[in-house]
Design a protein around this ligand. Structure first.
Ligand SMILES: Cc1cc2nc3c(=O)[nH]c(=O)nc-3n(C[C@H](O)[C@H](O)[C@H](O)COP(=O)(O)OP(=O)(O)OC[C@H]3O[C@@H](n4cnc5c(N)ncnc54)[C@H](O)[C@@H]3O)c2cc1C
Length: 452
């Protein structure tokens, strides 16, 4: 039976309190008593995901909730995508914001203050605080905090597992979480792994792949690979050997990630003296957008280019700069025109002339586990359903605040008003932390959990 249907069936059976095949009343009574004990030991909250948002959520929950366990699920506890995909990416936020993140809540401060030196925080403190740094430093900091939390906190229960389904028990006001973890009791395989009144999804996002190219010789270069110069240069070397001729690479997009990819490709291409690598850049606009310091605020803070990417774009790519820059010897811009559908067709056609192509056109939510309450299929078996309409980017709630289901991080960013009167999604480790410091005490109060 698919997990989701299982979860629904369970709700009807009151979550398998008494397995149907349990013989004899003594056994039933002991199971009933154990169930009661389970409920007394029930965790206060569940967090799914251990990237920057999950770590910040756990820190804030530990700081806010008086007692009660916090169950924390992740597939690996390795710091999320910063460590799995972006360690070679130059950061776009000031170093001091990573330090601020590491000291933002009491449980983090305890870890930092009791740790031997040097450690990833002292390394960050030793760098120019207003400058940017490689995200490997941020990744080390996230792993350091994760390890510290897992070692130090008796109230934190980490589970290395993928959450496979979530269902609401309205009678008990709990979210039941199902996994494929070996720890599911054998005599009642349909029982949830755990349950709590508050559940937070910090499940992250992955690159959007929207193009279908119907030509076998044209291969997709995954964005995650294109953001890792050490892997990218080896891969291109292999492709050049196989091709025995110039290699043409298409890059689609004009955002931060696209510029980072162009920067990486240019750095590799110029190593080859005979122009063996050529890059076609499919861009919607000739000019680019930058984050700019204004009087007391940053214009385009969440949408404009920053750091190394901004410097490279200004000097080498933007507008007329590409015509005369050194990067312009390797990168040729193809401007996309017309409606979105026309631009899509133009890109697909253009890409068929390439050997490899990279889509850097944005990020979408990781597939969420099927999630439902008795009235709404919040997420269906195929991925995402009502979640888009139900998510409130101002409160973090997915559905009714009283239900206690929330989202945070890049998959569920906070919506903020800009000084220009527009709205933006606040993405970045320090932004997640700032938001969670305000939001978590509200979530805990709304779920009726006792605060410190
Ligand atoms: C190219 C790029 C550069 C960036 N640079 C910066 C920067 O310089 N500074 C900055 O502050 N921010 C930066 N960001 C933004 C942001 O900090 C990162 O995207 C960050 O990784 C988002 O954190 P997250 O916790 O929301 O998600 P993730 O890091 O993706 O973590 C999600 C975690 O959830 C787990 N998970 C998902 N589903 C399940 C499930 N069902 N069960 C169990 N576990 C699950 C995953 O395994 C993962 O560990 C950058 C983003 C990008 C794309």
């Amino acid at each position: 039976m698919p997990l989701f249907s299982l979860a629904v069936a369970l709700r009807r059976q009151q979550f398998c309190r008494f397995p149907a095949n349990t013989p004899g009343s003594v056994h039933v009574h002991s199971i009933r008593r154990n169930y009661h004990l389970d409920r007394l030991r029930r965790p206060a909250a569940i967090v799914v995901g251990a990237g920057p948002a999950g770590i910040a959520t756990v820190g804030n929950l530990l700081e806010t909730i008086k007692d009660g366990e916090i169950v924390w699920f992740d597939k690996s506890f390795k710091g999320g995508r910063i460590n799995s995909a972006y360690r070679e990416v130059p950061g776009n936020t000031a170093v001091k914001l990573f330090v601020d993140y590491a000291k933002a809540v009491e449980p983090f401060r305890e870890i930092v203050e009791s740790a031997a030196k040097p450690n990833p925080i002292t390394v960050l403190e030793g760098l120019p605080q207003d400058g940017t740094c490689s995200l490997s430093h941020a990744g080390d900091m996230l792993q350091f905090l994760t390890d510290g939390l897992l070692k130090k906190h008796p109230r934190l229960k980490p589970v290395i597992a993928e959450v496979k389904a979530v269902a609401r028990d309205t009678e008990a006001s709990l979210w039941n979480v199902f996994t494929d973890h070996v720890g599911i009791p054998k005599n009642c395989p349909h029982r949830p792994w755990t349950a709590a009144p508050l559940l937070v999804y910090c499940t992250g996002s992955h690159p959007i792949e929207g193009l279908a190219v119907d030509k076998p010789s044209v291969k997709r270069l995954p964005l995650d690979t294109a953001l890792r110069p050490s892997v990218l240069s080896k891969l291109l070397k292999q492709e050049l050997v196989k091709k025995d001729g110039p290699l043409k690479i298409g890059v689609i997009g004009g955002s931060h990630s696209a510029i980072l990819v162009l920067m990486n490709l240019y750095a590799i291409a110029k190593e080859y003296p005979n122009r063996e690598i050529g890059i076609t850049w499919f861009a919607r606009s000739k000019t680019l957008k930058y984050a700019e310091q204004r009087d007391g605020y940053i214009l385009n803070d969440n949408t404009g280019l920053k750091g190394h990417a901004a410097k490279f774009a200004r000097e080498m790519l933007d507008g007329e700069a590409l015509d005369n820059s050194h990067a312009g010897k390797y990168i040729q811009r193809e401007l996309l025109t017309g409606t979105k559908a026309q631009q899509h067709r133009q890109t697909t056609m253009g890409v068929t002339e390439c050997d490899l192509y990279v889509e850097a056109i944005g990020y979408e939510r990781e597939r969420l586990p099927p999630t439902r309450n008795p009235w709404t299929e919040i997420v269906n078996e195929e991925g995402q359903l009502a979640v888009n309409e139900l998510f409130n980017p101002r409160t973090g709630a997915i559905g009714n605040v009283a239900d206690g289901l929330y989202g945070a991080g890049i998959a569920f960013p906070e919506e903020v008003d800009t000084p220009e009167g527009t709205k933006e999604m606040a993405v970045g480790m320090w932004k997640f932390m700032k938001y969670l410091k305000r939001a978590v005490p509200e979530w805990v109060a709304a779920a009726g959990i006792e605060k410190k």
